[in-house]
Design a protein around this ligand. Structure first.
Ligand code: FE
Length: 212
C-alpha cells in the first residue's frame, strides 16, 4: 500500500510547457513579440504554478481546512485557476496558425450553422462575448445536450458549464493583445479569427462529439 502512495505522488506536479505548434512569426496581425510574451511568460507561468500547487497539496495540513482562510482552501482555488489556464492556452495557441477559412464542408461549421442559425450569427455572438468579458470567450461543445455554445468567463476557471469541451478559446486578457493592438480589443479579435485553423478545430470537434 505504501508503495502505491509513493507512486501516485511521483505522477503529480509534472506538467510540462508545450512548445509553440508553429513559428512565432507565422501569424497575421499577432506579432512574434506578442506571442512570445504570451507563451513564454504568461502560459508558462500557469504551468509552473500548477506544478507548485500540486506539490504543496501533497503535504498541506488537511486538519486546518477553513472556508474563511486556510492554506488547503487557497491551494484548491488556485489549482483550477492554473490548470484551466494551462488547458485553455494550449488550445488557444494550437487552433491558430491557419488561414481563417471556415469551409462549409467541415462538420464543425455545419454544426455551428445548425446550432446558431448561421455562421455569421455565431461569429457575431463570439465577438460580442469576447468584448464583454475580462478573460475568455470560448466556443464549446456542451456534452450535456450535444450543443455548441459560446461561454465566457472573467477568469480561467469561471464562466463555463461543467461537461463542456473547449473548441476555440479566445483569450481577451490584456496580455494577449496590448503589445500589438493597445486598447483596440476588437481589432485583436478580428486578427485572431483570421488565423484560425478550422481543420484543427474540426478535428477537436470530431473527438469531442464522442463524449456526447
Ligand atoms: Fe493569456
Amino acid at each position: 500500500m505504501g508503495g502505491e502512495f509513493i507512486m501516485a505522488k511521483a505522477y503529480a506536479a509534472q506538467h510540462t510547457i508545450k512548445e509553440m505548434p508553429y513559428a512565432s512569426d507565422k501569424l497575421k496581425g499577432i506579432s512574434k513579440q506578442q506571442l512570445t510574451y504570451h507563451h513564454d511568460i504568461h502560459y508558462a507561468g500557469y504551468v509552473k504554478k500548477r506544478n507548485e500547487v500540486e506539490t504543496a497539496l501533497q503535504t498541506v495540513d488537511m486538519n486546518a481546512a477553513n472556508a474563511n482562510y486556510s492554506l488547503i482552501g487557497e491551494l484548491k482555488r488556485r489549482e483550477t485557476f492554473n490548470a484551466s489556464g494551462q488547458v485553455l492556452h494550449e488550445i488557444y495557441f494550437d487552433v491558430m496558425g491557419g488561414d481563417g477559412n471556415a469551409d462549409q464542408k467541415l462538420e464543425v461549421v455545419k454544426k455551428i450553422t445548425q446550432d446558431f442559425g448561421s455562421f455569421e450569427r455565431w461569429q457575431e455572438e463570439f465577438i460580442a462575448s469576447g468584448i464583454s468579458t475580462f478573460g475568455w470567450a470560448v466556443l464549446c461543445l456542451d456534452t450535456n445536450d450535444n450543443t455548441l455554445r459560446n461561454y465566457s468567463g472573467d477568469t480561467h476557471n469561471q464562466g463555463c458549464v461543467w461537461g463542456s469541451i473547449p473548441l476555440i478559446p479566445l483569450d481577451v486578457f490584456e496580455h494577449a493583445y496590448y503589445t500589438d493592438q493597445g486598447p483596440n480589443r476588437k481589432a485583436y479579435i478580428e486578427a485572431f479569427l483570421k488565423n484560425i485553423d478550422w481543420k484543427k478545430v474540426n478535428e477537436r470537434y470530431k473527438k469531442a462529439i464522442k463524449a456526447c
